[in-house]
Design a protein around this ligand. Sequence first.
Ligand SMILES: Nc1nc2c(ncn2[C@@H]2O[C@H](COP(=O)(O)OP(=O)(O)OP(=O)(O)O)[C@@H](O)[C@H]2O)c(=O)[nH]1
Length: 406
Amino acid sequence: MDPIILISLASVLLVGLVLLVFIDRKPKRPRGIYPTTRDANDPGPTGTGSTAVLDRPETDDAGPAGTAVAEPEAPVAAPVPAKDVVEAEESTAPELETPAPAAGRLARLRARLAKSNSIFGKGLLALLSTDNITDDVWDEVEETLLLADLGTEPTMELVDNLRERVTVEGSRDPQQVKAMLHEELVKMVDPTMDRRLDASRKEGRPAVMMVVGVNGVGKTTTVGKIGRVLVAEDRHVVFGAADTFRAAAAEQLATWGARVGVDTVRSYEDGADPASVAFEAVKTGIEQEADVVIVDTAGRLQNKANLMDELGKIKRVIEKQAAVDEVLLVLDATTGQNGLAQAKVFAEVVNITGIALTKLDGTAKGGIVVAIQRELGVPVKLVGLGEGPDDLAPFNAEGFVEALLD
Ligand SMILES: Nc1nc2c(ncn2[C@@H]2O[C@H](COP(=O)(O)OP(=O)(O)OP(=O)(O)O)[C@@H](O)[C@H]2O)c(=O)[nH]1
């Protein structure tokens, strides 16, 4: 055969093959607006993605992507059929754990608090038990309180009260000093504050709790732990994974939920609109007749206006279905006074109803409890005392002070 014809035939074949390879290739899935690991400096997502309940079976009609919530209209997220929620529950049933009862947890975790805060409690006791309390000793008492992050004003107040009592009562007996210190510290921590979590059904709907805070303070972990506290009290809980900034956050929360039979409403798309996920979670909670829906939100820096605006939007979107009964601000106790600055900005955007103070096991700054409450006028309701699943305790003034002086 003519070599020219042969070369032409070979070229045609080659072009045909190349075309086949390209035609057979599936179109690439569009990437999310954000890379998988975003940080809170990124602007808020413009809203794509679908919302689904954990373990939702994959079907063709799983709902359209693009669940952006345009205010003031209602979200357009795909509805979540109730049966999928039941399936999620059943699929996790065999491995369910029994969380430790909430009552007495602070007492159980007392040793950790006592260990990390021994300088605060025992240091004070030792100082006040000395035979001769000179001005230098009072200076040391003051310094101890300031180092424990009690804050300037409460420190002055406490020192004044103690000085007065020492002068009047005049006793150096360790037991008496302990009792006096106990009384004064309890007063500072304020036993009259209502520290109950609002987690009961009302007006025929679940209570709704939002959990907010800056990056890495322990929000997702705390939502998981609160879920366990409530499950231990026989409450029906639904989680909403509205932390769509950190790719692993929804997975992390779903894992917490699955361990105790709590469903997690989440999005499988990068850059999903967090308000839409929150809306779906509350909707699922209403459909399931749950006691409480807990919505985890992304960590955000308090100086990023758009992120803070987004938080307000999540709340407003939830409120299209149900009031937000509890907004828990998670603060990392190890950040001390810096946490206070954060708290003030959050309080301007959402109405904080309680504080969850984490990582109190890793700091000697237990005095921050008093400083936060004074600054915000909001009670510390929960304290995190470790990384274990049940290392979160409902807070109470008496138990806390007892642990400090143990
Ligand atoms: N020691 C100790 N560690 C804690 C406590 N609470 C949370 N942590 C740890 O803090 C780290 C961060 O927790 P996350 O729950 O991922 O924090 P987050 O606020 O959701 O993080 P972002 O989503 O990135 O904002 C994890 O390693 C937790 O185990 C606590 O009470 N004590």
